[in-house]
Write a protein that binds this ligand. Structure first.
Ligand code: PAF
Length: 296
């Protein structure tokens, strides 16, 4: 696997490459990232992984300075999962002096993470568009763990006619149910086990719906009861939303298009998780067949 730092070397390395699968990351790669790389490997001639901790998507007081970084580990995980190229640009290469352009996204970026982290999705959309322009991939792979981010990226690609297929990949979980995240490294083993309360709460909401609950109030009430069992949980939001446009639902009319999302601070670390309202068979992707902004 080749490590490339400059955008011009990247372009040269990808000239005449055939189909290109791209996995953008902020590094500190774990099994969740490896599953994206493996999927990209299976579906493309060449696979590029980028590692870039994007300052634009961190707000003041967030964890930019302490975000975990380990390039040796990233090389190992990316190569082990089948990447051909690891693109590790310097911040000045992506944001040169005088950089003054931002991608602002409405729709799915409003509310939830967008409300809690002002400017976050603009930072994500800006860097993702830059990376897509630099790599020109056939397909780009994103984890469903960041469900709202996936919806935002799909919307940017659709609205700005970016010629790439966006592929959403299922969340990889610990045995406890905790969704894999680079930020889990801030927690001890015991804290990680306790943080799995977020996943248990979402499952309780799924169960409540399966038992017949149809209003958000009672579905989310079941999740709240589970969250209340862990004193460390400082809930940011718990929501039942339309899976594509992220608008809140009061009642479930189309269960296949409903998604549960949660964000909470535990042990000083902000964690997010999400699940479909109706559990999927193992390995299936949670994307409803309806396209963003479409009707069928
Ligand atoms: O999900 C992430 O790791 C980041 O938000 C992304 C998509 C790499 C953009 O910086």
């Amino acid at each position: 696997m080749e490590l490339i730092e400059s955008p011009s070397d990247l372009r040269a390395a990808l000239r005449g490459a055939g189909s290109v699968g791209f996995v953008p990351t902020m590094g500190y790669l774990h099994d969740g990232h490896a599953s994206l790389v493996a999927r990209a490997r299976a579906e493309n001639d060449r696979v590029v992984v980028s590692v870039f901790v994007n300052p634009l998507q961190f707000g003041p007081g967030e964890d930019l300075a302490r975000y975990p970084r380990d390039l040796d580990r990233d090389r190992r995980v990316a190569a082990g999962a089948g990447a051909d190229l690891l693109f590790v640009p310097h911040p000045e290469a992506l944001y040169p002096a005088g950089f003054a352009t931002r991608v602002e996204v409405g729709g799915p970026s409003e509310g939830l993470e967008g409300a809690s982290r002002p400017g976050h999705f603009s930072g994500v959309a800006t860097v993702v568009l830059k990376l897509l322009n630099l790599v020109s991939p056939t397909r780009a792979y994103f984890g469903e763990k960041d469900w709202q981010q996936l919806a935002v990226v799909r919307r940017v690609v659709r609205d700005l006619n970016v010629p790439v297929e966006i592929v959403g990949c299922p969340t990889v979980r610990e045995e406890s149910g905790l969704a894999r995240s680079s930020r889990n490294s801030y927690l001890t083993g015991e804290q990680q086990t306790r943080a799995a309360v977020l996943a248990r709460a979402l499952r309780a909401a799924q169960d409540a719906h399966a038992r017949g609950a149809g209003r958000a109030e009672s579905i989310l009430g079941a999740a709240r009861e589970v969250l209340a069992t862990e004193r460390e949980v400082q809930l940011d939001y718990l929501a039942l939303v339309d899976a594509l446009d992220l608008t809140p639902l009061d009642a479930v009319t189309d269960p296949a298009s409903a998604r549960l999302l949660v964000a909470a601070r535990l042990f000083g670390v902000r964690l997010i998780d999400n699940m479909p309202l109706v559990p999927e068979p193992q390995g299936a992707s949670g994307l409803p067949t309806r396209q963003p902004g479409g009707t069928a």
